[in-house]
Design a protein around this ligand. Structure first.
Ligand SMILES: [Zn+2]
Length: 111
């Protein structure tokens, strides 16, 4: 893994990075369910992050901003929640997988 220089970062940011790098806790990216963004499994010292759901939520939120440029932030958040509630687990998983593919493609293009 690439070393990150955080000499000039805030103490809490450095602490988070140390936490990520020292390997005390394992971080895994995995589908959980359509309403859980992450869970901690203290027994296995593992953090599970539902990356697909994070990405779909962000994507829906920004999509709504584009569709309704004059809508206020609070309403966009409420609409995002409603839209996600109406989207099936399978569709969220599919959309999430597509967004992850896009991330990986962009990473490849950067290198
Ligand atoms: Zn917003």
């Amino acid at each position: 893994m690439k070393e990150v220089d955080m000499k000039n970062s805030a103490p809490h940011s450095r602490k988070l990075l140390e936490y990520l790098q020292n390997g005390d806790f394992q971080i895994e990216f995995s589908w959980i369910n359509k309403s859980t963004l992450a869970v901690i499994d203290p027994l296995r010292e593992k953090i599970l992050i539902n990356l697909a759901l994070h990405l779909v939520e962000t994507d829906v939120h920004e999509y709504l901003h584009l569709q309704y440029p004059k809508m206020d932030e609070k309403t966009i958040c409420q609409r995002t929640e409603k839209m996600l509630a109406r989207t099936s687990r399978k569709d969220i998983q599919l959309l999430g997988e597509r967004l992850i593919e896009l991330i990986l493609t962009q990473e490849e293009n950067l290198n």
